[in-house]
Write a protein that binds this ligand. Sequence first.
Ligand SMILES: O=C(O)CNC(=O)[C@H](CS)NC(=O)CCC(=O)C(=O)O
Length: 271
Amino acid sequence: MKSYLAAAVQMTSVSDIQKNLAQAEELIDLAVRQGAALIGLPENFSFMGEEKDKLAQAEEIYHETAKFLKNMAQRFQVTILGGSFPVPVEKTGKVYNTTILIDPTGEELSRYHKVHLFDVNVPDGNTYRESSTVVAGQQLPSVYSSPQLGNIGLSVCYDVRFPELYRHLSDQGAEVMFVPAAFTAFTGKDHWQVLLQARAIENTAYIIAPAQTGNNYHRRYTHGHAMIVDPWGVILADAGEQPGIAIAEIKPSRLEQVRRQMPSLQHRVFN
Ligand SMILES: O=C(O)CNC(=O)[C@H](CS)NC(=O)CCC(=O)C(=O)O
């Protein structure tokens, strides 16, 4: 592993695939021009809309998104985390909410289907039933070991509330953990940053958290604040509320320093 720049993309995806892919491309281009070698896109970056519209277009969203990610990685010669997108599940009429990691040759390195589904009545009056259209993944995410970029663990959005998933990733050696999200504006204002810092601190790992922001459709407002958190819990970059990127250096020396100064991973009793 060497030092490198990572970017977390922040965007406002809507119910128009081509519009979203164009916005994603612009922000990937921006990140590349600033020197990023690893770039993450948010949850549902290629489509945010009514659940029924997502299902109706699932095949198209899936194929367009997979093609786009491969294309971007190859054209810009970077490693890309395709935040998440729907992957049709045969015979169910539903989809997985899936994230994939792609290398600069366009090769898929790792794939994870979101395990924890957001079935929550948020106190602002909005109701989310992700399980009505999404099949929960049944497997814990794996960690991909990159000689250049370190050991990379995947997760998606609501997963961030389940620390056992990240403990599994750190048990597998994860040094950099992705949390692509579309956090609601209501929960995000109180929980988002705290949860990301907690996952970083307790696992002494970098967290890269791409995010949706603003008004995606109808009454769906997302929190923004895509960020990169270092292994001590320090926020290295925060994209605020407008579309853009959070970019910061991932340093093996910092990882080593924090793990030496705070060896909590070695002091576990219940494992
Ligand atoms: O709604 C869409 O169109 C796309 N899907 C999502 O945004 C997903 C599933 S509904 N959102 C979350 O998991 C938010 C979690 C969250 O906000 C929290 O844990 O507080």
